[in-house]
Design a binder for this molecule. Structure first.
Ligand code: ATP
Ligand code: PRP
Length: 206
């Protein structure tokens, strides 16, 4: 039995396509309604949670495997796992974005940057040798400059539609993001063969 924690939302939706292509049974997942835990015919047990919680479940040994975005991994302190595959889904990038005036503006005080990803933001501005104030938001981060809470944002960008719809543009691309398959180190010791078989099948169809 492999226990898997899956990030709800986009990653779950795109992972279902990948698992199905790899020949895995996803029917119980499609018909699970509001349940959050389900077993499938492949001797997998899935749980579905928020991105950071997927890492927490894996850290505490509740699951063997996690499907989670690189964005979440980069902003999380827990690093003691194996990253065994880039699943090439959930593709987007981290970017610094702001209203067009940001480029020309002379800042008298520290810039204020809103983000759901404070660690990624801190690291980026450290590489730029800039001291900024980071304001944590939980979502709809584009609101930061729109309502005057921040001068700019660090957030995920895929199509750029959300930026455009809120009068923002990319100032700098920071790094690429996609969904990763991560494994608990002790699980890997005991279930190496089963886990590698799963990784191989997913890599074959991605
Ligand atoms: N626009 C996007 N394009 C591609 N992948 C994305 C995009 N936004 C988020 N992701 C990926 O999907 C993961 C989950 O994001 P999703 O938007 O589904 O949920 P969330 O924003 O964390 O939470 P919620 O939507 O419940 O507030 C992110 O951690 C990231 O890896
Ligand atoms: O470039 P785009 O294709 O427009 O995608 C980018 C948007 O997608 C994500 O938001 P999400 O939809 O998850 O909502 P959230 O802001 O509540 O996290 C991300 O935080 C951006 O806002």
């Amino acid at each position: 039995m492999i226990k898997i924690a899956m990030t709800k939302g986009r990653i779950q939706n795109q992972s279902m396509t990948l698992l199905k292509k790899a020949g895995y049974d996803i029917l119980p997942i499609l018909s699970m309604g509001r349940a959050l835990q389900v077993k499938t015919a492949d001797d997998f047990e899935f749980i579905f949670g928020k991105a950071n919680d997927v890492v927490t479940f894996l850290e505490h040994g509740i699951v063997d495997v996690g499907f989670v975005g690189k964005d979440t991994l980069e902003d999380n302190d827990f690093k003691d796992y194996y990253e065994l595959a880039d699943l090439k889904i959930g593709n987007c990038c981290f970017a610094l974005a702001a209203p067009p005036a940001y480029r020309k503006k002379e800042f008298q005080a520290r810039k204020r940057i809103a983000s759901k990803y404070p660690k990624v933001t801190k690291k980026y501005f450290e590489t730029q040798k800039e001291d900024v104030e980071i304001i944590k938001l939980e979502g709809s981060v584009e609101l930061g400059p729109v309502v005057g809470l921040s001068d700019a944002i660090v957030d995920l960008v895929e199509t750029g539609n959300t930026l455009a719809a809120n009068g923002l543009e990319i100032i700098a691309r920071i790094s690429e993001v996609s969904t990763r398959l991560i494994v608990n180190k002790s699980s890997f010791k005991f279930k190496e063969k089963e886990i590698l078989e799963m990784v191989r099948r997913l890599n074959d169809v991605k």
